[in-house]
Write a protein that binds this ligand. Structure first.
Ligand code: BES
Ligand code: MN
Ligand code: ZN
Length: 500
C-alpha cells in the first residue's frame, strides 16, 4: 500500500473515492459541505431521506459524474461533540473495509476536514498515523493454513487530504510511523494466529533473525538449552523440562542511538503452547494457549518497527521461548529450582510457568544495564477476570514509568490500567521450602498482582513495568484471532523514548 498526502483543493482531487464524514446531526462540515455543493446538494438529499444517518461505522458509496473523483464514500462518525480518535479510527476501519470489497484503486480521506485541525502538528500526526494503522488493521489476512481466507485487495493508494493546504511534516511522519506500526502489528497477529506446531521457539528465532539481518544497527544472540544451563537458568529450564521441542532465548540488540544512552529493555513471554504441564489445564479452549507467546510476538514486532523506522534509540529485546507440556521428565508440583538470580523457587503449580521463564529472562536482561525494563506477558487468567478485554493490566515499581505507559495507552486507543504492587501482596508468595513460591500460598485472590510481585523480585533496582496482556492479546469466539495489542501502546512508548 502507498500512503501519501494530497494537498489539492477538493474540486481538483483526482481519485476513485473521496471519504467524507457525516455526523448524526446531519450538518455538513468542511469537505462535506464543498462536495455537497459541487454535486447539487446530493448529500443533503441523502441525509434528509435518511439514506445515511451518521451512525458510527455506517458507510454509503455514492457514484458521481463529471467530477475528478468517481465516488463519494460517506462515513458515519456519530455525534459531533463526542468525536474522538477512537471514533475516527472506527469510522476509518469500516470505510476502508467497505472500499476494500470494491475494485477502486485510490482513495483520499477527508473525514477529518472541517472537524480537526490538520495544520496542528500533533493533530496532523495522529490523523495520518491512525489512517495508516487502520488500513493495516483491515488488510490483515491469515492464509498460512487456510488459503481461502485470501482476498485480493485492489486498493493501492491511500491519501490524506489537506484541502489545498501545504502538508506539514508531521502529517507525513504520521503516515510513515503508522505504516511501520501497522506492518509490525500484522506480524504480531500472524505469529499469534499460527498454530503451536508451526510457531515453535525455533520459528520465533528465525523470525527475529530475518528482521535483524535487514538492519546494520541490529544484532542477534540465541541461547540454546546447554548455554542456558551454563548460565544457571534453571527456572526457565524447569518449564521446558517436559518438552522435546528445544527452548530458545532470543536476544536482539538495536543500537542506533547515542553511545552514552542506556538501552530500553523489552521482554516478552514466549510460551509457544501452554498445556499447564503436570498441573494440566482443562481441555475447554486449551487451543487458545497457542497465544501464550503474544508477549514474545509483540517484542519481535517492536524490533521490526524500530528497525524499519531506524529510530535513533538503543534497545534490547529479550524473548524466553519454550513449550509447557507434561511428560515423565516434566517438572512436578513441589519441585524446587534455583533461578539464575540465585533465588530458589518452589514450583507449586506448573501452570504458573510464565513467571518462571520471565524470572531468568529478567535476570539476564540486567546485564545490559538498561535504563528501564518493560515486560509483556499473557500471564494470568485473573487479569481477564479483573479487566476483561478492554484494558491490559499494568504494574510497575516506578510511578513515572507507569504514568508514561498509561498516557501511551490513551494516545493510541490501546489502554492499560494500573494495579497496585504493595508488600501485602508480595507476602502472599512465601514458601516454607524456597525463597519464593510461584503461586500464592497465603490466601487466594489478586492473582495478577501476586504474579507481578513475583516478577518484581527479578528486576533488581531497575525501573520496571509489567503489562499483563492475557485479556487483550487475542479475541475469542467467532472472531477468534490475535489483536496485535499492545503494539500500539508500546510503539508509542519507544517512539517517545527515541525523541529524548
Ligand atoms: N497463560 C496462562 C494465563 C492465561 C490463562 C492467559 C487464560 C489467558 C487466558 C498462564 O500461564 C497460567 O496458566 N496462569 C495461571 C496461574 C495460576 C496457576 C496461578 C492462571 O491464570 O490460571
Ligand atoms: Mn500456564
Ligand atoms: Zn502461560
Amino acid at each position: 500500500m502507498k500512503f501519501a498526502t494530497n494537498n489539492k483543493k477538493i474540486n481538483e482531487i483526482k481519485s476513485d473515492c473521496l471519504m467524507i464524514s457525516v455526523f448524526d446531526d446531519g450538518k455538513l462540515r468542511g469537505a462535506g459541505k464543498l462536495v455537497n455543493t459541487a454535486n447539487g446538494k446530493l448529500i443533503d438529499d441523502l441525509i434528509k431521506n435518511r439514506d445515511i444517518q451518521g451512525k458510527i461505522g455506517q458507510t454509503r458509496i455514492i457514484p458521481v459524474t463529471g467530477k475528478t473523483y468517481k465516488r463519494i464514500v460517506l462515513v458515519g462518525c456519530g455525534k459531533y461533540e463526542d468525536f474522538s480518535q477512537k471514533h475516527y479510527r472506527k469510522a476509518l476501519i469500516s470505510a476502508l473495509n467497505k472500499i476494500s470489497l470494491t475494485n477502486h484503486k485510490k482513495v483520499v480521506s477527508l473525514i477529518h476536514d472541517g472537524v480537526d485541525k490538520i495544520d496542528n502538528p500533533k493533530k496532523a500526526y495522529r490523523l495520518s498515523r491512525v489512517l495508516a494503522e487502520s488500513w493495516h488493521s483491515i488488510s490483515y489476512q491469515y492464509t498460512t493454513t487456510k488459503e481461502s481466507n485470501y482476498r485480493k485487495l485492489s486498493l493501492k493508494k491511500i491519501e490524506i487530504g489537506t484541502n489545498g493546504k501545504k502538508a506539514i511534516k508531521d502529517l507525513k511522519m504520521g503516515l510513515k510511523h503508522g505504516d511501520a506500526i501497522g506492518n509490525a502489528t500484522q506480524l504480531v497477529r500472524h505469529l499469534g494466529d499460527l498454530p503451536a506446531n508451526i510457531c515453535t521457539p525455533s520459528y520465533l528465532t528465525s523470525m527475529a533473525r530475518k528482521i535483524v539481518n535487514k538492519n546494520k544497527s541490529a544484532s542477534l544472540k540465541i541461547l540454546n538449552e546447554a548455554q542456558m544451563k551454563k548460565l544457571g537458568m534453571n527456572s526457565l529450564l524447569s518449564v521446558t523440562a517436559g518438552a522435546s521441542e528445544p527452548a530458545k532465548m532470543i536476544i536482539a540488540e538495536f543500537n542506533n542511538g547515542p553511545k552514552s544512552q542506556k538501552p530500553i529493555a523489552i521482554v516478552g513471554k514466549g510460551i509457544t503452547f501452554d498445556t499447564g504441564g503436570i498441573s494440566l489445564k482443562p481441555s475447554n479452549k486449551m487451543d487458545e494457549m497457542k497465544y501464550d507467546m503474544c508477549g514474545a510476538s509483540t517484542t519481535i514486532g517492536l524490533l521490526q518497527m524500530v528497525t524499519e523506522l531506524n529510530l535513533p534509540i538503543n534497545a534490547v529485546f529479550v524473548v524466553p521461548a519454550c513449550e509447557n507440556v507434561p511428560s515423565s521428565t516434566a517438572t512436578k508440583p513441589g519441585d524446587i529450582v534455583k533461578s539464575m538470580s540465585g533465588k530458589t523457587i518452589e514450583v507449586l503449580n506448573t501452570d504458573a510457568e510464565g513467571r518462571l521463564i520471565l524470572a531468568d529472562a529478567l535476570t539476564y536482561t540486567q546485564r545490559f544495564k538498561p535504563k528501564l525494563i518493560i515486560d509483556m506477558a499473557t500471564l494470568t487468567g485473573a487479569c481477564v477476570v479483573a479487566l476483561g478485554s478492554h484494558h491490559s493490566g499494568l504494574m510497575s515499581n516506578s510511578d513515572q514509568l507507569a504514568n508514561q505507559l498509561l498516557q501511551c495507552g490513551q494516545s493510541t486507543d490501546d489502554v492499560t490500567w494500573r494495579l497496585p504492587l504493595t508488600e501485602e501482596y508480595a507476602n502472599q508468595i512465601v514458601s516454607n521450602f524456597a525463597d519464593v513460591a510461584n503461586i500464592s500460598t497465603r490466601g487466594s485472590g489478586a492473582g495478577t498482582i501476586t504474579a507481578g510481585c513475583f516478577l518484581q523480585k527479578f528486576v533488581g533496582e531497575h525501573d520496571w513495568a509489567h503489562i499483563d496482556i492475557a485479556g487483550v492479546a487475542w479475541a475469542e469466539g467467532t472472531n477468534k484471532g490475535a489483536t496485535g495489542r499492545p503494539m500500539g501502546l508500546m510503539s508509542e512508548f519507544l517512539i517517545n523514548e527515541s525523541k529524548t
